[in-house]
Design a protein around this ligand. Structure first.
Ligand code: ATP
Ligand code: MG
Ligand code: FE
Length: 332
C-alpha cells in the first residue's frame, strides 16, 4: 500500500509518499525557519500563511520525486493535531479536498504517533516497546503493547524538553531554533556549572524542566551582575547534562519496569547529539535494543505521518469529511 502523508502542524509544510509504512518513496519538507528567525520563535499567523503558499508546490514536488500518480495512492493521511490550529487547518483542508476529489480514504493522524513511527523506517517494532518523546511541545514516556496503541506512563508537568532548549538558547542570545545551537556549543564546553535535576517523586516517570530553565536564567544574570561572564559553552554543556541525565535515567527505569523489547526515541530533541550518544552507551550495556531515527526524520516531516497513517489504515480506521483540526488532540 502507498500512503500520501501531509503535515502542517507547526512551521514545516511537508508531504511524503510511503510504502507499507516503512519505506520512504518521497519526502518533501519546506521549512519556514528563516521567516520565524527574526521573531525568535514561531509566529502562528506567519506559519499559516506560509503553509497556504507552500502546500500545493510541496505536494507536486512529492509526486514528481516519487514518479507516481494519484491512481497508485491508497489513502491520504494527515496530521489532525496537536499543533497550531491555523497551521493544522491548511493540511487538514488540503487532505480533505484531495481525498474527496480523488476518491481516496482519509486518515487523521496524531502528530506524536507520527514522531514515534519515524522509527519504523529504521527497524520493525517489537512489543511491548517504550517510546521517549522529546519534542518542541512534548516530553513523554509512552508504552506501546501493539501497533496504534499508546499508554502514557509519564509526561512533563511544565516545559517540554525542546521548549527548555529554545528558552535557554534565548537567554544565551542564540538564534532560533535554539536546540541545535546549544547542542553545538555543548560539545565544546565543560559540565562545570551545577544545575538542578528534577527527579520528582520516587518512581515517578514525570518530568519537569522549568526549574532547570530558571536556574540557568538566574545563574547567568547573577554572574552578569557581578561583572563576570559565564562561558556559553559551559552553560550549554551543563544544561544539556542535566536534561540528558534525567531523560536517560527515567527512560531506563521505565524500560526495566515494563520489560520492554525495544526503546525508541522520537521528536526534534532526538536529533541531539549528546542525548543520542548517552542513550546509545546506556542501552548498549543493558542489552535492550535502542532505535533512534536518522537526523532528518527527528524533526517534523510527513513521512512519519504516512507511516503512522498506514497502521491506522490497515486497522480500518477512517476519518469522515467532517475531520477538523484539533489543537489539543490526545494520543490514545
Ligand atoms: P511537537 O512535536 O511537540 O508538536 P514541534 O513539532 O514543534 O513540537 P519538533 O519539530 O518535533 O517539535 O522539534 C523541534 C524542537 O526540537 C525544537 O524545540 C528544537 O529546538 C528541538 N531540537 C532540534 N534539534 C535539536 C538538537 N540537536 N538538540 C536539542 N534540541 C533540538
Ligand atoms: Mg518544527
Ligand atoms: Fe513535532
Amino acid at each position: 500500500n502507498y500512503i500520501l502523508g501531509i503535515e502542517t502542524s507547526c512551521d514545516e509544510t511537508a508531504a511524503a509518499i510511503v510504502k507499507n509504512g516503512k519505506e520512504i518513496i518521497a519526502n518533501v519538507v519546506a521549512s519556514q525557519i528563516d521567516s520565524h528567525k527574526r521573531f525568535g520563535g514561531v509566529v502562528p499567523e506567519v506559519a499559516s500563511r506560509h503553509h497556504v503558499e507552500q502546500i500545493t508546490m510541496v505536494l507536486e514536488e512529492t509526486f514528481k520525486k516519487a514518479d507516481m500518480t494519484w491512481k497508485q495512492i491508497d489513502a491520504v493521511a494527515v496530521t489532525e493535531g496537536p499543533g497550531l490550529v491555523g497551521a493544522l487547518l491548511v493540511g487538514v483542508n488540503a487532505a480533505k479536498a484531495l481525498a474527496f476529489a480523488k476518491q481516496k480514504p482519509l486518515v487523521g493522524v496524531h502528530h506524536i504517533a507520527g514522531h514515534i513511527y519515524a522509527n519504523r523506517f529504521e527497524r520493525e517494532f517489537e512489543f511491548p516497546l517504550l517510546a521517549l518523546i522529546v519534542s518542541g511541545g512534548h516530553t513523554e514516556l509512552v508504552l506501546m503493547k501493539e501497533h496504534g496503541s499508546y499508554e502514557l506512563i509519564g509526561e512533563t508537568r511544565d516545559d517540554a524538553a525542546g521548549e527548555a532548549y529554545d528558552k535557554v538558547a534565548r537567554v544565551l542570545e542564540l538564534p532560533y531554533p535554539g536546540g541545535p545551537q546549544i547542542d553545538r556549543l555543548a560539545a565544546e564546553g565543560e559540565e562545570s556549572i551545577d544545575f538542578p535535576r528534577a527527579w520528582l517523586d520516587k518512581d515517578s516517570f514525570d518530568f519537569s524542566f522549568s526549574g532547570l530553565k530558571s536556574s540557568v536564567i538566574n545563574k547567568t544574570h547573577n554572574a552578569a551582575q557581578r561583572g563576570e561572564n559565564l562561558d556559553k559553552h559551559d552553560i550549554a554543556a551543563s544544561f544539556q547534562a542535566s536534561v540528558v541525565d534525567v531523560l536517560i535515567t527515567k527512560t531506563w527505569k521505565a524500560a526495566e519496569k515494563y520489560h520492554v523489547k525495544q526503546v525508541i526515541v522520537a521528536g526534534g530533541v532526538a536529533a541531539n547529539q549528546g542525548l543520542r550518544q548517552a542513550l546509545t552507551e546506556k542501552f548498549k550495556r543493558t542489552g535492550i535494543p535502542l532505535l533512534v531515527p536518522p537526523l532528518k526524520l527527528c524533526t517534523d516531516n510527513a513521512a512519519m505521518i504516512a507511516a503512522a497513517g498506514f497502521v491506522s489504515y490497515k486497522q480500518g480506521k477512517r476519518s469522515g469529511w467532517d475531520l477538523n483540526a484539533n489543537p489539543s488532540l490526545v494520543l490514545q
